[in-house]
Design a protein around this ligand. Structure first.
Ligand code: AMP
Length: 307
């Protein structure tokens, strides 16, 4: 990782200056004791849950928390959550680099880092899950059965442990945002869910921890995801209102790329993720997932449909 003479770190094209200190907690009780002290002083907590192997998308969320007038202390969690991976998915291979993540958190303005072990989060006898229904039936919920049950369960646990005032999520995982918002409303979590736009590489590829799986040719091919979404967005701007035609157009654009293996392309209502036939004024979500080699990548675009 590049540093200049002042110790600032280069992440993508952005320099981050080192902060003072970041406290690291592995035990739930220690994390809670630290937070209890901060809260007793009236401090408000901003929370960024991640699976680590941090990149400039995560750092944008951390910076958003740091700069939020409603936040005094920023807590980041790093936990590769086994519950949200299917049996044939990449849980074991998921990239991990805690030393690098610690440096990035420090430079990004994090006060405390929560890095629990799997046994700390799911001790023997663990038997409770959170299941959000309806909005999990489609898109990644259909391709990855049990994924959002794992996500909702871990986020509910993390919210209970950290008890943040504000929590930050990327719209890159648009369906995840919908699921978390539903859970927060349904289970009365006193947390403000705040959403950050997708951070992209210069050629449009959404930044993702899984991009490290891509070989050079796959990396180049993966730009087709955002390209297909942008072209569909432009068709909507020109007046296209037929959801099936848009879906077919996105599918054809992606399948024309020989290194892409399409998982899904969908055009759904926002924010309730319902199938639609004809686009109505308001917002519509274009969502895609495809494999490039062993990397399963997702992307999406929220498009404003004019009357
Ligand atoms: P992950 O570590 O992949 O679980 O992501 C942790 C958080 O960072 C989630 O809220 C993601 O939506 C968000 N995130 C991941 N990639 C990006 C990106 N490229 N731009 C903005 N947010 C992102």
């Amino acid at each position: 990782m590049a540093t200049d003479r002042t110790g600032a770190l280069l992440v993508g094209s952005i320099w981050y200056t080192e902060g003072e200190n970041v406290e690291l907690f592995e035990k739930i009780a220690d994390m809670q004791a630290y937070l209890a002290e901060a809260k007793a002083r009236g401090e408000r907590i901003g929370f960024v849950p991640t699976m680590g192997f941090l990149h400039k998308g995560h750092l944008a969320l951390i910076r958003c928390a740091r700069e939020d007038d409603e936040v005094d202390r920023v807590v980041v969690s790093i936990f590769v959550n086994p519950l949200q991976f299917g049996p044939r998915e990449d849980y074991r291979d998921y990239p991990r680099d805690l030393e690098r993540d610690k440096e990035l958190c420090l430079s990004g303005g994090t006060d405390a880092l929560f890095v629990p072990a799997v046994e700390e989060m799911y001790p023997e006898g663990f038997a409770t899950h959170v299941e959000v229904t309806g909005v999990t039936d489609i898109l990644c919920g259909r391709s990855r059965p049990g994924h959002f049950r794992g996500v909702a369960t871990v986020v509910a646990k993390l919210f209970n442990i950290v008890q943040p005032d504000s929590a930050y999520f990327g719209i890159k995982d648009a369906q995840q945002v919908v699921v978390i918002r539903r859970m927060v409303a349904d289970l009365n979590f006193p947390v403000k869910v705040k959403v950050h736009p997708t951070v992209r590489e210069e050629d449009g590829l959404a930044v993702s921890s899984r991009n490290v799986y891509l070989g050079p040719e796959e990396r180049q091919a993966a730009t087709v995801l955002y390209r297909s979404l942008k072209l569909a967005g432009e068709a909507i701007a020109r007046g296209e209102r037929d959801a099936a035609r848009l879906k077919q157009f996105i599918e054809e654009t992606i399948t024309a790329e020989p290194l892409a293996r399409l998982d899904y392309a969908e055009v759904v209502s926002w924010p309730d993720l319902k199938p639609i036939e004809s686009l109505q004024p308001g917002e519509v979500l274009l969502a895609v997932a495809a494999y490039f080699g062993r990397a399963r990548l997702i992307d999406n675009l929220l498009v404003e449909v004019k009357a």
